[in-house]
Design a protein around this ligand. Structure first.
Ligand SMILES: NC(=O)C1=CN([C@@H]2O[C@H](COP(=O)(O)OP(=O)(O)OC[C@H]3O[C@@H](n4cnc5c(N)ncnc54)[C@H](OP(=O)(O)O)[C@@H]3O)[C@@H](O)[C@H]2O)C=CC1
Ligand SMILES: CC(C)(CO)C(=O)C(=O)O
Length: 336
């Protein structure tokens, strides 16, 4: 199998590195990463002490969209805002039967891809672990988690090849519900980004968790109005998570350990974006909750305030201030 990875960044490099064990992989990305991969190969470390190396030359890394030519599968791993431009660039090189899989966060990327690649099979995937790019070609999986893809004959070969690597893909028949459940988790991205602190520290402070819980409660109300029941991704059901988040620190930490392993390096992809002065995916996360809330007549003040604060942080650029837990909680005004 020949797989092209569109967006050689944190997720693209980790998934590409694993898949290169059983498939021919072509990474399409920017010069900063492409040059480093060509020179050094890839190194992927893990929260569990694991280390996987891909020697230079094992996989092709290029800035050229033409590398998508003849690929069986295209994995889309650019940030949401870059999706349509990126797929337009590779479109002329795709075979009609190339299957496209989005491994991005948010609810709207498969539709965005379909708008451009009308004739292709476009399927949803989901990555539930956090990746920190410690160097352009050195990636660290900083939390536990897995890759999920739609249970579809079009990606059966891909899932089979991935299952023989150190990063198996789990197939799911309920990818829509999985994406909604992931959105609930991703509401933490903005908290980490605004706090400018590691995920573990934010999860360890009840006020940051209360901010997340307020956003999750709104999202759950919106999803219910829409008739979607988020999938269960771990031992704690999605609907119970918001309650668990507001427990005292010691109790929460004990329960959370069963759900997720988080090392001190873990942050969020939105934190990466703010650090690098890039536009974030906030409109895909709290922004999507606000938009759906407006459609269904469900109030979403906490999510709306988080959207404003993240946009303020984007405008302020690197060097902006960091939000404390009590400060952020006062902003979203949950009072709980
Ligand atoms: N990072 C994480 O831990 C996780 C991320 N995700 C999701 O995965 C998706 C990817 O995130 P992540 O890996 O962090 O993103 P990154 O920004 O690390 O990687 C994307 C890369 O693609 C590049 N790129 C953008 N447009 C093009 C293009 N047209 N051609 C070639 N390269 C391009 C970007 O360059 P440039 O920025 O210079 O444009 C960037 O280097 C997002 O939706 C994110 O939410 C999901 C789970 C965890
Ligand atoms: C941290 C994680 C895994 C969940 O919020 C994520 O999806 C991200 O960083 O974008």
């Amino acid at each position: 199998m020949r797989a092209a990875v569109l967006g050689a960044g944190s997720i693209g490099c980790v998934v590409g590195a694993a898949l290169s064990e059983t498939a021919e992989v072509r990474l399409i990305g920017r010069p900063r990463v492409v040059d480093a991969v060509r020179e050094h190969g890839l190194r992927v470390t893990g929260y569990d002490g694991s280390e996987h190396r891909v020697p230079a030359g094992t996989l092709e890394a290029t800035t050229h969209a033409a590398a998508a030519e003849g690929c069986d599968v295209l994995l889309v791993t650019v940030k949401s805002g870059a999706t349509q431009e990126a797929v337009r660039e590779v479109q002329p090189y795709l075979r009609p039967d190339t299957v496209v899989v989005s491994l991005q966060n948010g609810l709207r990327n498969t539709d965005r891809i379909r708008e451009v690649l009308r004739a292709h099979a476009v399927l949803a995937g989901m990555v539930s672990f956090n990746v920190v790019q410690t160097d352009p070609a050195v990636l660290h999986r900083a939390t536990s988690g897995e890759v999920m893809v739609a249970d579809d004959p079009a990606v059966a070969d891909l899932a089979d090849l991935a299952s023989r690597t150190w990063l198996p893909f789990r197939t799911r028949t309920d990818m829509v519900e999985v994406q909604y459940a992931k959105l609930l988790l991703n509401l933490m991205n903005a908290v980490v980004a605004l706090a400018d602190r590691p995920l573990k520290e934010c999860l360890g402070e009840r006020d940051y968790r209360r901010v997340l819980a307020a956003c999750q409660r709104e999202a759950l109300a919106v999803f219910a109005a829409q008739g979607v029941r988020p999938a269960r991704l771990g031992p704690i059901p999605a609907a119970a998570a918001a309650r668990v988040l507001t427990l005292p620190d010691a109790l929460f930490t004990r329960l959370a350990a069963a759900q997720l392993q988080v090392d001190p390096n873990a942050r969020s992809s939105m934190w990466d974006d703010l650090q690098r002065g890039r536009t974030t995916e906030i409109e895909e996360l709290q922004g999507a909750v606000v938009q759906l809330g407006a459609e269904h007549g469900v109030a979403t003040p906490a999510c709306a305030r988080m959207v404003e604060l993240v946009h303020d942080a984007e405008d302020a650029g690197p060097g902006r201030g960091a939000w404390s837990g009590p400060g952020l909680l006062a902003e979203v005004a949950t009072g709980r």
